[in-house]
Ligand binder design. Sequence first.
Ligand SMILES: NC(=O)c1ccc[n+]([C@@H]2O[C@H](COP(=O)([O-])OP(=O)(O)OC[C@H]3O[C@@H](n4cnc5c(N)ncnc54)[C@H](O)[C@@H]3O)[C@@H](O)[C@H]2O)c1
Length: 349
Amino acid sequence: MVNVGVIGLGRMGMLHLMDCLHIDDVKVVAAADSSKKALNKAKSFGVSRLYTDYHDLLNDSSDLDAVIISLPNFLHFESVQLALEAGLNVFVEKPMARNVDECRKIVRLVEKSGRKFMVGHVMRFEDDIVKMKEAVDKGVIGKLEVVTVEEVINGPFSHPRVPSPVAEWWFNPEKSGGGALLDIGYHLIDLFRFFTGEDCGAVFSCLDYRFNLPVEDGAILVLRSSNSSTKGIINVGWYQKTIYPKYDFNLTLHGNAGYLSAADFRPRSLYVHALKEGTKNLLRKLFGRKITPLSYTYYYEAFYKELKHFFDCVKDDLNPSVSAVDGLKTIELIEKAYKLFNEKGRSVD
Ligand SMILES: NC(=O)c1ccc[n+]([C@@H]2O[C@H](COP(=O)([O-])OP(=O)(O)OC[C@H]3O[C@@H](n4cnc5c(N)ncnc54)[C@H](O)[C@@H]3O)[C@@H](O)[C@H]2O)c1
């Protein structure tokens, strides 16, 4: 049994906690959050040890094997450091940390600790992405020339039915490390690295500040891989209010022998997909077979899969497919993009 502590019980932490309930040989025995309401919710899922201060959870962690960290960005570095020093295996939400300096330190701490460490690069676990990667590796589209990847959503402005204020740290560059590029661009840059399998550099960067926030609310970035010269065009934004199941995410892989589009690999209707998967699970239940948890929620299933992968690595002593170096390389590119843009004095003429 892998005994787990969940640190941070907001949107992501609660999702991870609920996913853990469906993973064999994993038990959430402790949870920490500064919000009592969040702790009460964790209690209702059977978590017995609850802490308002995550330092207390880590000081009291002798029976824990791993922690899942879903705190605001400015607390990633410190909590990862303390967890690794306490001898725990660590899963931390993206971004790994706020800047290159913190990321480099995490890479060193992970090496020194010998523990399993994984960052939540969840898009690598989406069905469409997995299938596209297999096709690229088989050479279906020949040499990969250009990757265009876009995601425009409402970012931190997304809220439940009753609007609630955005937590202060999101718009404080000191605490968040950045805006839309760091928040969403992080995933898209990682996808470029995933598909090319190479290191890459940033060659052009244009940031947007349409909401006059201290952090960017949109960005366009051009990348180039080191060896194959594959180009990447990244387009992200926090400025669009689309309603689920509409989702403004597009990925096209342009090769010299064809192209692949993520839209062709995703269910045409997420509702029909949910219905099909729900029915399959019902039949599995009727015939005493194991259900496939969350398969009906097309995108959310990837969060389950990434966590399961992390715990499989903990149990089988394997290295997770996303490493601390992946987190560092992504943040290096983001810092380079900020530098490129700021060198031009926020002007592109
Ligand atoms: N992988 C993804 O696609 C994805 C999506 C959303 C968010 N994230 C990342 O997950 C992390 C958390 O984001 P979120 O949307 O869940 O935020 P959130 O605001 O919903 O949750 C953060 C939680 O941390 C708690 N918290 C804050 N300070 C604390 C402290 N000092 N001690 C204990 N608890 C504290 C808050 O009470 C809150 O419950 C961020 O780093 C974000 O970038 C990743």
